[in-house]
Each structure stands twice: as C-alpha cells, then as structure tokens.
Design a protein around this ligand. Structure first.
Ligand SMILES: [Zn+2]
Length: 66
C-alpha cells in the first residue's frame, strides 16, 4: 500500500486505498479538464490541476521513469 502524503484527507481521493493521487470528482469539482501531459479530455478536476497533477497514466509513467 502506498500513499502520497500531500496533506489531503483520504476521503478526498477518488480511489482511497488505490495508488491514484487524483481528487474525487464532485458536483463542484467535475472531472472535465484535459491532462496537461497527454492532452486526453476529461482526465482531471480543477483541484487536480491546481495541485499540478497529471492523469494516472502519465503519473505512472513519470514515477516509473519510462
Ligand atoms: Zn495524461
């Protein structure tokens, strides 16, 4: 089990217990923004973008170094 410690509470994550750092999409935080890295639409919420995140696929690539 691996958590990124960014000061967010567990329930803020879309996938508690998983390895995604992305925020959960809500009515006030819709997942309607493209990933800045791969450009795929509807990958990130405004909270994700404010935190400087990219989508899970890009984050995995970046963390694994390939
Ligand atoms: Zn991406």
């Amino acid at each position: 089990m691996y958590y990124r410690h960014s000061g967010a509470r567990l329930e803020d994550f879309q996938d508690p217990g998983g390895n995604s750092a992305l925020r959960k999409a809500t009515k006030h935080n819709p997942r309607n923004l493209p990933c800045p890295t791969c450009g795929k639409p509807n990958r990130l919420t405004p909270a994700d973008v404010r935190a400087g995140y990219q989508c899970d696929a890009c984050a995995d690539r970046a963390e694994r170094g390939y």
